[in-house]
Write a new protein. Structure first.
Length: 282
């Protein structure tokens, strides 16, 4: 069965070439993306995703056609999942600047690609808790610089790419990225939360972490679930001495961490929190 993607108002086979060597997204990582979870014809936390997307487009001065509204993009995402027979899907929406050199105005308008990848049957109707606590480490070879763009899901994500490669080579599920000050920023693919003395802590956006939609959702829901939460810088010592650690992103909701290097963590409160949150997700 053919698999399709959406590209600039066209439905094309997934394997069809789309860009040339002069594309700025390819040459410079000049663009951003969203990773969305679609289940049973609905986009989880769609409003959060599109608010983040359009705020990022404004910051990067990327001007999509006027009809590329949240409603239009949502409709294309749902149609794509239907065309690909993906009732549950991981969807990537990428926007990139057109062709041109670094200092020249782009010769072509921005591009928009939407792709879908089927999720496993276990994720077809609800989130599921990761089958076992994650084994993690600290990535030693990059530092993420907090700046005006560090909260974006940018196409220029080399630290995360190399961190994920490091994790795979060292047989880890994920690794933590540090910022320029040597503090915990995020993981290769998720935001970071720790629990100590029944209090929840996560780095603020000023520390350089991505403004995750699931991070935003969880921060809004934690007080109603009976947890006190604080956005505060996290040292590696705080990470390694935490009682529990969990990671969040749009696909998995929440995944407890069992180990980071030689530190071992409980997963009791994180598991309790997962089950409380999965009933609230819309």
């Amino acid at each position: 069965m053919p698999v399709f993607l959406f590209y600039n108002d066209q439905w094309l086979p997934e394997n069809q070439p789309l860009i040339t060597a002069g594309n700025r997204g390819f040459r410079f990582g000049d663009g951003l993306f969203e990773t969305l979870c679609v289940v049973n014809g609905a986009i989880r936390l769609a409003r959060y995703h599109f608010e983040r997307l359009f705020a990022g487009l404004e910051l990067l001065q990327l001007r999509l056609p006027a009809h590329y509204t949240p409603d239009f993009l949502s409709a294309q995402i749902i149609t794509l999942c239907q065309k690909n027979s993906h009732p549950a899907a991981r969807v990537r929406l990428t926007v990139f600047r057109g062709e041109g050199n670094l200092f020249d105005p782009p010769a072509t308008p921005p591009g928009c690609i939407i792709q879908s990848l089927a999720l496993s049957p276990a994720g077809s109707s609800s989130f599921t808790l990761h089958h076992s606590p994650l084994t993690t480490g600290i990535y030693p070879h990059a530092r993420k610089a907090p700046d005006a763009f560090s909260h974006l899901k940018s196409n220029n994500c080399l630290p995360s790419v190399m961190a994920a490669l490091y994790a795979r080579e060292h047989k880890l599920n994920d690794v933590f990225l540090l910022n320029a000050a040597g503090r915990v920023c995020e993981s290769a693919i998720a935001n970071v939360f720790i629990i100590k003395n029944d209090r929840v802590f996560t780095p603020p956006l000023e520390e350089g972490c991505v403004a995750g939609v699931m991070r935003r959702f969880i921060l809004g829901q934690l007080p109603a679930c009976g947890f006190t939460v604080e956005e505060t810088p996290l040292t590696t010592t705080a990470l390694l001495e935490a009682g529990e650690v969990f990671l969040t992103n749009a696909i998995h909701l929440l995944r407890p961490v069992g180990r980071c290097d030689n530190a071992q963590y409980s997963t009791r409160l994180a598991t309790e929190l997962f089950h409380a949150l999965e009933k609230k997700i819309i």
